[in-house]
Design a protein around this ligand. Sequence first.
Ligand SMILES: Nc1ncnc2c1ncn2[C@@H]1O[C@H](COP(=O)(O)OP(=O)(O)OP(=O)(O)O)[C@@H](O)[C@H]1O
Ligand SMILES: [Mg+2]
Length: 384
Amino acid sequence: MRIILYLGKGGVGKTTVSASTATAIARSGKRVLIMSTDVAHSLADALGVELSATPVEVENNLFAMEVNVLAEIRENWTELYSYFSSILMNDGANEVVAEELAVVPGMEEMISLRYIWKAAKSGLYDAIVVDAAPTGETMRLLGMPESYGWYSEKIGGWHSKAIGFAAPLLNRFMPKKNIFKLMPEVNDHMKELHGMLQDKSVTTFRVVVNPENMVIKEALRVQTYLNLFGYKLDAVIVNKILPASSSDDYLNSLIALQQKYLKVIDDCFYPIPIFKASQATREVIKTDQLYALSQQMFDGHNPIEVLYADDKTQSIEKIDGKYVLKLHMPNVEITKLNVNIKGDELLVDINNFRKSIVLPNILVGRKTEGADFEGGHLNITFAN
Ligand SMILES: Nc1ncnc2c1ncn2[C@@H]1O[C@H](COP(=O)(O)OP(=O)(O)OP(=O)(O)O)[C@@H](O)[C@H]1O
Ligand SMILES: [Mg+2]
């Protein structure tokens, strides 16, 4: 079973590329579920069918669903909120908790993750393709399994306290579904899902970019954070590439700009494989067009496979009390190396290409102390 998650900045083509991937997998004879966890759904538009939280078979082997997180919250969780607030009103000391509850992190993310977990456990699919929300929200989603244990313990703690204070109210305000009983169970599911997401033979992440400056920067941030969470990036999809040349001047200047950023993408994501899709002259919708796009994009590769087998491309380790950033650079013989920091970016010039890495917070503001190249890894040491 495979789980494939597409990430990237808003509007780059995540939904299109996810749907295209799922169609290709289905037409190769495997059962696949494509799931949108984005609140602003467009998967139904891309596939040209109506979707809901129950999977529908769009064509042979291709199942699709849209997780309606907000509806679910409305259905199951608002009662929990009102239950809490009624208890809190009877327990003046807990105003702070009340405020905290109002900003409970990750409720939406947790629901999305539960759907992924359920689909993965159902045994119904060979692959699950997740069309995720733009980067920021998805990064929260991915951090969720780790923070969930903390979160559920906290709510569990409130519960036992609440019983002491407000037992008579319990019957009146207890949610229909007993969320408290569900908490430990959800916690186990989260742990299990976390295991699946970190299992690099099961789950891989793919980042979708366009040949544009800001989009690339965000994709680099995705890469850094995936590495930090221990998740595997196995492909970069460059979408909306213009033709190589044109007779039109205006278009030619756009093409020149794209060419520049295509080179940046090649340099920055090396050695992750890069797949390319051109800008179509009309919207890419419905499975036949999505399938055609997949054929161009994956160019003979099978998208259900793990597309990049090597281990982590970048990692941070603490060696002798100092942070060392390790970059995996196979097949590169370094003749010229220059390392510079610009804001939150590390610029590594190797021979005649430049790799840019968005630094995680712990490394921002530190100076580099040295760099060495050993066994296919470039190790950059940061000062304390
Ligand atoms: N290769 C392409 N050629 C032409 N149009 C494309 C291509 N890829 C995507 N589009 C169009 O670009 C728009 C945005 O694509 P899409 O919805 O897939 O992006 P997204 O990253 O999922 O956006 P959001 O972040 O809003 O979810 C859509 O109208 C889609 O049809
Ligand atoms: Mg989308």
